[in-house]
Design a protein around this ligand. Structure first.
Ligand SMILES: [Zn+2]
Length: 550
């Protein structure tokens, strides 16, 4: 057996100012090719790791032309997309494969395309109309017809934080292998709903996505080869942004359609639960200060600067949340992280132990956000200088080498502030441990993260409940989201039910052209069923990238 395996992953925030050249696709200088990619991913808890394990189990010859994954950012540069897809297409064109296994994201937008994955699959089908193709996707995929129409089997993550990337690809690969052996004939039904669940309400420890994903899993006992509900990635101004589902069955399209409709119906009924309730920054931080001091073994109070999460396309250089934390006098804080390569170099030049006064962050222009993002002046001692490299201990992306670029820790007395040179979301404990910080020993930990922090750092906080929640039970809720003003559950597309029959309003004004005609605005309070709608896509993005500035 001969298998082609490849990875192309990017979650595109069309409002993000962070560029996406080819060099961003990798934890170093760029994508990995061939043997180097196999060495990097073999034995890891990733989608690519799963495909490689399956291929080895089958004794298959492996061709792995490219492994390209980049942290979320603005639309992928056309030249980068061309390089990545040409590499895959040229390998497929050489022919002789029994199957193709692709680890994709599903929310890639390029400078010229809304659906990067669908276009890749179309090209592959044009080159080779026969060889079966397995695709594993992120739960934040924004599905398009081309992705389904040009693949044999599509599966999606069932966990957020994403700790089942391996299992998702393994399932897609197993179905593909059964199809190659003639044991099954996969058919797929997919559709989307006009819903944009807020990312902070998509966690699978929480209602309603927890129950929805459980239902997906249960469907495998009812005739589905795979059933996936994608919560979608809302920060993309594209036609199909939002929630969708795909169900794979063995030749039974009617069953696939019924199960798909059930999933979408259940999600629609729960749409209000996907709305994120917010709290002003000052109030959130004040609430954290009012919490009782952690006792020994309690773990820290976690403060989430979630709108500046690089894994949603944030710059990680906004400082407003950190400034408020310092202004309110919180002490014993670990901060991960402020992205500022220039400040890192300045700190390295000063050397370990030196006292420095720095202007950190606030250096990246954000055209989609009219509010200022001022730099923050801090004074402290240089505690740590690091090359910024570590390996994930898991459970998310276990074994993968991470690269924060040159990294320093500045100790202001009140806070240990990590300054980084490459975007990394704090989803693994080793991002702290590698810098000599034990977050368990801190009173507060500020993270630029939304849900993924729970994967590696959640166990350190006694409660990992939803953010902005109030104290619950005998223990305080240790998670605080000190930002956010707008929750979104509406989209620019046409809403389904009679009660919600009016589209949300206005032209979008991002880099991509609007897909819907402008219509008369309907005030949110006139739309029953959803408490707050995001009336303007641009406004939604403004708050999603760095809400705390306003
Ligand atoms: Zn995701």
């Amino acid at each position: 057996m001969r298998l082609l395996i490849a990875m192309m992953k990017h979650e595109t925030n069309t409002f993000s100012p962070v560029p996406t050249p080819l060099a961003r696709f990798g934890h170093g200088p760029g994508p990995l090719y061939g043997e180097a990619a196999i060495r990097a991913y073999c034995g890891t808890g990733t989608g690519l790791g799963a495909y490689l394990d399956l291929a080895q189990r089958e004794g298959a010859e492996i061709v792995l032309p490219i492994a390209a994954g980049a942290p979320p950012s603005r639309p992928v540069e056309d030249s980068a997309y061309t390089q990545i897809t040409d590499t895959i297409c040229e390998a497929v064109a050489r022919g002789g494969f029994d199957g193709i296994m692709l680890d994709l994201h599903g929310a890639m937008v390029t400078e010229s395309l809304e659906d990067g994955e669908g276009e890749l699959l179309k090209r592959l089908r044009a080159i080779d109309p026969v060889t079966p193709i397995a695709v594993s996707l992120d739960m934040h995929a924004n599905l398009y017809d081309a992705m389904i129409a040009n693949a044999t089997v599509v599966t999606g993550y069932r966990t957020y934080p994403h700790i089942d990337t391996y299992e998702t690809a393994q399932l897609a690969g197993e179905i593909l292998l059964r199809a190659i052996r003639g044991e099954v004939k996969p058919v797929m039904a997919w559709r989307n709903e006009p819903m944009l669940p807020h990312v902070m309400r998509q966690g699978t420890d929480d209602h309603p996505n927890k129950e929805l994903q459980h239902r997906c899993a249960a469907m495998r006992a009812e005739g589905a080869l795979a059933a996936s509900l994608f919560t979608g990635f809302p920060h993309a101004d594209i036609t199909n942004a939002g929630l969708s589902a795909v169900v794979v069955t063995d030749g039974d399209l009617k069953l696939a359609e019924e199960l798909r409709d059930e999933l979408l119906g259940r999600a629609w009924v729960e749409r209000e639960a996907f709305v994120y309730q917010i709290e002003p920054l000052q109030q959130s931080v004040a609430r954290a200060t009012a919490m009782p001091l952690p006792q020994a073994g309690d773990g820290p109070i976690v403060l989430l600067d979630h709108y500046d999460n690089c894994a949603s396309g944030g710059t990680m250089d906004t400082t407003v949340v950190l400034a408020e934390i310092l202004r309110q006098g919180l002490e014993d804080v670990a901060v991960f992280a402020i992205y500022d390569p220039a400040a890192v170099q300045q700190t390295i030049a000063a050397g370990i132990g030196a006292q420095v006064t720095l202007s950190i962050g606030g250096k990246i222009a954000m055209p989609a956000i009219p509010a200022e993002s001022p730099p923050l002046t801090v004074t402290g001692a240089v505690k740590t200088i690091s090359n910024g490299r570590y390996r994930n201990r898991g459970p998310m992306a276990r074994g993968i080498a991470m690269d924060m670029g040159p990294t320093v820790v500045l100790d202001t007395g009140a806070a240990e502030i990590v300054l980084i040179s490459r975007h990394v979301e704090p989803s693994d404990l080793n991002c702290f441990i590698s810098l000599g910080i034990d977050p368990m020993q801190k009173r507060y930990v500020m993270l630029k993260s939304r849900i993924h922090w729970r994967a590696g750092l959640g166990p350190m906080a006694p409660t990992t409940g939803s953010c902005n929640s109030t104290r619950s039970g005998a223990r305080s809720t240790r998670s605080i989201c000190p930002t956010a003003r707008i929750s979104c559950a509406g989209s620019g597309r046409r809403l389904r039910s009679a009660a919600l029959s009016r589209p949300s309003t206005h032209r979008c004004s991002s880099a991509l052209p609007p897909r819907n005609p402008p219509v008369s605005p309907t005030p949110p309070e006139h739309r029953p069923g959803i408490r707050r709608l995001a009336p303007v896509r641009r406004e939604r993005a403004r708050h999603d990238i760095a809400d705390h500035r306003s």
